[in-house]
Write a protein that binds this ligand. Structure first.
Ligand code: ADP
Ligand code: SF4
Length: 680
């Protein structure tokens, strides 16, 4: 199929020094939660991106020496021949599909704590690490010389592993950004003082890498287009660095200084392509190609970036996770089939938690090797009929995959509108993009003649059995509890039964309490703060109470915590932490300190409980009971009605149930990626 002419520019090759990217789709370095611990998993995941059409596929941050280890966060490494062999497998898989492989050589400097290697960390001066009560060792001249040798050796190993692009990485607070920082770099030698001196190490690394491997590998610099804040490296200084070094690298990979707030921000806070102006300013300073990110999912936006000469290559981390086949779909004129990233940062959160990457939109992400899942292909099924009850994310994904496998599917929902929780939650402030979870699947279902929708009917067990389907998947979701039961209250809040309290389901159903509203957050993620924003914007006097030490505690892992708390404070929401709601009488809530147990009254005419959810599994149990008696269809429960969790879990559950329906080895454990003693 020929490429639509307006998207043709995206498929032009781009020369990067000694190598050529086959097109402009560039998967920038991104964390995977796999790193050096899961080499086969990593190779298959990166290879899948290349298969899907990404012209360049990079590693995550790749430690160049054991003095930079970020345990417990998974990272890649190029310390020795074993690492060379493992990363060569990744480069090979990427090359198999005609793409270039890039490696982001990284030294964490003072930021890390070397929990694994127990080597002293090194820094431009002695400074505390990010999380541990550990400080780095100030680097003397001999340490700088040693560091340059390590970098060079790692670049040679990268070349040996088959990488085509090698990064020098002076960004994100790591070692080389310490040197660039006006505040942190207090050296009085040739590496401190003037900007030229502070950039000296960066220049030396670029020159040395060029001399060693520059005839075979392109050299990229990942750089913040607007510096790292005025006290470290102002935007003007960042521009001066680019002007100074402009032509030394073969590629500038641009980011911005505010990592959590902007570069990696969720769709709640930042829109697609929002970094454009800052990238354009740098692009004007160099004649070398520039790549930059912007959570791009729209090919029209991408083309505009190229035509406006903002970027030469379209950088993507999250859009390539949500849809490894995004470039192929544009090339083949299937733009409406793109599984667009929703900007939730669940991918990032699980890497942060030390687990392999997963994605709300793409349930196959991270499962390419161990489960053999392909994001676009599923094996044909044995045929037959399936009734899926509940068209939330679990039911929609199940119906979609079953339809692809050739089953006759009826997707039923009590609501007139499909989407379940995704439809409801996407109407809350900042969550509009979450509707993409529903919309992608509905678009797929529309082209499947064997899938029919049966909306606006709440099915009873008897009605479900009347369908006489071979299989029934129950995806009836969960509802927020009204009794306060959760992490803090094992039995709920006493005396609530006689009071009228609200839950997120009421708010999503249209309830808009006014006056003095207390929201009790024992859930610790987005729901309670988002409701606080909704009601405070509508004029209510809102107090947010949480058992955690700060607002939306878990959203620390999605990078949203700070902006969430800021947003609440900006809106005048009272934030009370380390506190539980212990009672409510219609005029006040009784608050209890989680440490001292001390109690106090706080005025409240309304109480909204965001504590935990109750699986809506009544239909499942009824059917299972009847099934035992009548040997009727195989019945499974999936998604929130089995295990209330994130939308990502529901999509995964729907996918797995549909992919494994009728499989001979159903339920068999996935492969494990590990080295076995004796090399078995
Ligand atoms: P999940 O996240 O597991 O997909 P959701 O809560 O998003 O679950 O969706 C559950 C859906 O199931 C809702 O849209 C709800 O209307 C629907 N549902 C619940 N019970 C029934 C029933 N008995 N018959 C039909 N639909 C139902
Ligand atoms: Fe995008 Fe969310 Fe998937 Fe990450 S997890 S790629 S942010 S949809």
């Amino acid at each position: 199929m020929s490429i639509e002419s307006r998207y043709q520019p995206l498929f032009e090759p781009v020369r990067l020094g000694p190598v050529t990217a086959p097109n402009r789709f560039y998967q920038v370095p991104h964390c995977s939660g796999m790193g050096n611990a899961l080499p086969r998993t990593l190779a298959a995941m990166r290879g899948m991106k290349a298969e899907g059409g990404w012209g360049v596929v990079c590693t995550e941050y790749c430690s160049l020496h054991p003095s930079s280890d970020d345990q417990p966060h998974p990272f890649a490494s190029l310390w020795d021949d074993g690492d060379v062999a493992n990363l060569a497998a990744m480069a090979h898989q990427v090359h198999t599909h005609g793409a270039l492989a890039g490696v982001e050589l990284w030294h964490g400097g003072s930021f890390v704590a070397n929990l694994a290697t127990r080597l002293p960390t090194i820094g431009v001066r002695s400074m505390p690490s990010r999380d541990e009560p550990v400080q780095s060792q100030r680097m003397g001249r001999s340490d700088i010389r040693a560091f340059r040798k390590w970098h060079l050796a790692a670049a040679r190993r990268a070349c040996q592993a088959g990488f085509d692009i090698i990064y020098v990485y002076p960004t994100h607070g790591y070692l080389l950004s310490e040197f660039l920082s006006r505040s942190l770099n207090d050296r009085v030698d040739e590496y401190g003082g003037t900007l030229e001196n502070r950039a000296r190490l960066l220049r030396e690394l670029l020159e040395e890498t060029r001399a060693a491997v520059g005839d075979r590998c392109a050299i990229a610099v990942r750089f913040s287009a607007d510096g790292h804040g005025d006290e470290h490296l102002s935007a003007a200084e960042a521009h001066d660095v680019v002007a100074m070094l402009g032509d030394l690298p073969d590629l500038w990979d641009l980011v911005v200084g505010d990592y959590y707030g902007e570069e990696m921000a969720t769709s709640r806070f930042v829109r697609e392509g929002s970094l454009e102006e800052r990238f354009a300013a740098v692009k004007r300073l160099t004649c070398k190609p520039v790549v930059g990110v912007g959570r791009f999912t729209s090919p029209d936006t991408m083309v505009r970036q190229i035509r406006a000469r903002v970027l030469d290559l379209i950088g993507a981390a999250r859009p390539s996770i949500a849809d490894p086949f995004l470039p192929a779909k544009i090339r083949e004129g299937r733009v409406e089939e793109i599984r667009e990233c929703i900007g939730c940062n669940v991918c990032y959160a699980y890497n942060y938690r030390g687990a392999a990457v997963r994605c709300t939109q793409n349930p196959t992400m991270g499962e390419e090797w161990r489960r053999g899942w392909h994001p676009e292909r599923v094996p044909p099924g044995k045929g037959g009929s399936v009734l899926v009850i509940g068209a939330g994310p679990a039911g929609l994904e199940a119906a979609h995959i079953l339809g692809k496998r050739g089953y006759d599917v009826t997707l039923a929902d009590a609501a007139e509108e499909p989407g379940g929780r995704v439809t409801l939650e996407s109407r809350l402030p900042g969550l509009a993009e979450w509707a993409r979870v529903r919309d992608y699947r509905l678009t797929q279902l529309r082209s499947m003649p064997r899938v029919s929708m049966y909306l606006g009917n709440r099915l009873s067990a008897a009605e479900a059995l009347e369908f006489a389907a071979d299989h029934i998947l129950i995806a009836t979701g969960a509802r927020w509890r009204r009794d306060g039961l959760g992490r803090w209250h094992a039995r709920g809040i006493e005396g609530l039964a006689s009071r009228s309290v609200l839950t997120p389901d009421d708010i999503m159903g249209g309830a808009r309490p006014a006056g003095e509203v207390t929201i009790f957050d024992d859930d610790h993620y987005y729901m309670a703060p988002v409701i606080a924003v909704l009601l405070a914007t509508g004029g209510a006097q809102v107090t947010y109470v949480t058992t955690a030490g700060r607002a939306a505690e878990w959203s620390h892992y999605t990078g949203e915590q700070e902006r969430t708390q800021q947003q609440l404070l900006d809106l005048g929401v009272g934030v009370i932490v380390n506190t539980a709601v212990e009672a409510f009488d219609g005029q006040a809530v009784t608050l209890g300190c989680v440490y001292s147990g001390r109690r106090r009254q706080h005025p409240a005419s309304e109480l909204i409980l965001v504590t935990s959810r109750e699986p809506q599994d009544g239909l499942y149990w009824e059917l299972v009971d009847q099934d035992a008696a009548t040997a009727t269809p195989r019945i499974q429960r999936i998604g929130d009605c089995r295990q209330p969790a994130l939308i990502a879990h529901a999509v995964f559950a729907g996918h797995q149930a549909a992919r494994e329906l009728d499989e001979a080895d159903e339920g068999s454990p996935p492969q494990r990626d590990r080295s076995v003693i004796g090399g078995l």
